[in-house]
Design a protein around this ligand. Structure first.
Ligand code: ADP
Ligand code: MG
Length: 244
């Protein structure tokens, strides 16, 4: 078994007096997709931000790709972590190509490598090369979302953090994007941490499930195992209400 891509040990986080995360112990298996689910305000986004160092833990240790985040070179580490958030968050004044390739240019990839990776990602996401020169407002919501995934994956990161990336699109478009995400996850050996409040989405895209409630992990494990044996009545109700 390979070492975990991300490990939390005894992690807690407060904002002022509010305890946002407490007693977080978690190991995320490399090359798998783990979904973090929970109600709004349960600490999902904060958990993700602890992984890329946007937020620092008050107690405990966060290890990412083999390095404790406290001692890591964050700039270097973030180059190895793709990050995509709700809505596509593409730069409106850049066309699709410029949006996707921006980071590769910043880190000085040679032109040929940039072009090759860009074309490969468009193909994976089934984005027509003719769209490369279009600005975000000239793309559909689904195309924007796929472009945003391409941008997050441009530098071939071993780790991809997704914060409710598909929640702003309509259900039909979302189903399409799910299929594209799955193509990507199969084609690349990437560890994905997917934050969502949609349990159905979690079950479709992830193999591992972590359920957060009021800043605590109340259950974690393989999706099938968790659904087969909810740890308490609250989780059981969650499954009933969302998976029916
Ligand atoms: P989720 O993503 O599950 O909705 P968050 O991690 O965004 O939850 O937030 C958890 C709690 O922490 C919420 O109560 C939120 O208001 C609070 N919070 C998040 N970020 C900050 C911040 N920078 N300063 C103060 N409180 C924050
Ligand atoms: Mg959030």
């Amino acid at each position: 078994m390979s070492p975990p891509a991300v490990r939390f040990a005894g992690v807690s986080k407060r904002y002022g007096t509010a305890e946002v995360l407490a007693d977080i112990d978690l190991a995320l298996t490399a090359a798998r997709t783990t979904a973090i689910v929970g109600e709004s305000g349960s600490g999902k986004s904060t958990l993700l931000k602890l992984i890329n160092g946007l937020v620092q833990a008050d107690t405990g240790v966060v290890e990412v790709l083999g390095t404790a985040i406290e001692t890591a070179d964050l700039i270097d580490l973030r180059r190895r972590i793709g990050y995509a958030v709700q809505g596509s968050a593409l730069f409106p004044h850049l066309d699709l190509r410029a949006n996707v390739t921006l980071l590769a240019r910043l880190v000085g990839w040679p032109e040929a490598r940039i072009r090759e990776r860009f074309e490969h990602l468009l193909e994976l996401m089934e984005l027509d090369p003719e769209l490369a020169g279009r600005y975000p407002y000239e793309l559909s919501g689904g195309q924007q979302q796929r472009a945003s995934l391409c941008r997050a994956m441009m530098l071939e990161p071993p780790l991809l953090l997704l914060d409710e990336p598909f929640s702003a699109v309509d259900p039909i478009t979302r189903a399409g994007i799910h299929a594209h995400f799955q193509r990507l996850a199969e084609a690349e050996p990437v560890t994905v941490v997917l934050v969502t409040h949609d349990l159905r989405e979690a079950m479709t895209l992830a193999s591992e499930l972590v359920i957060l409630r009021n800043g605590r992990i109340i259950q974690a494990g393989a999706c099938d195992a968790v659904v087969a044996a909810p740890a308490d009545a609250w989780i059981e109700r969650l499954f009933q209400s969302q998976l029916g």
